[in-house]
Design a protein around this ligand. Structure first.
Ligand code: SF4
Length: 89
């Protein structure tokens, strides 16, 4: 499932540069994740980078409204990175 950023966000922007899918952008008040681009970092890394880099606990979290299988996440990754090879984890 895609990740989302909660109201705990302090808008430091640390996550934006880490996302290899360009799924994170600055919203009106906090940073936001585009669920059409977030693959939980499937294809790029073996764990979600935004969660790792975020200085706030429980700020970048799985979004239960966007549940997807690993295969669906990989399909999304392939759409975003045509011609590239996903990280095999
Ligand atoms: Fe980007 Fe990975 Fe965070 Fe999704 S989980 S927004 S792909 S850094």
């Amino acid at each position: 499932m895609a990740y989302k950023i909660t109201d705990e966000c302090i808008s430091c922007g640390a996550c934006e540069a880490e996302c290899q899918n360009q799924a994170i952008s600055e919203g009106e008040t906090i940073y936001v994740i585009d669920p059409d681009k977030c693959t939980e970092c499937v294809g790029n890394f073996d764990s979600p980078k935004c969660t790792e880099i975020c200085p706030i606990d429980n700020c970048c979290i799985p979004d239960p409204e966007h549940t997807e299988s690993r295969e669906q996440l990989l399909e999304k990754w392939r759409r975003l990175h045509p011609g590239e090879t996903p990280l095999d984890t």
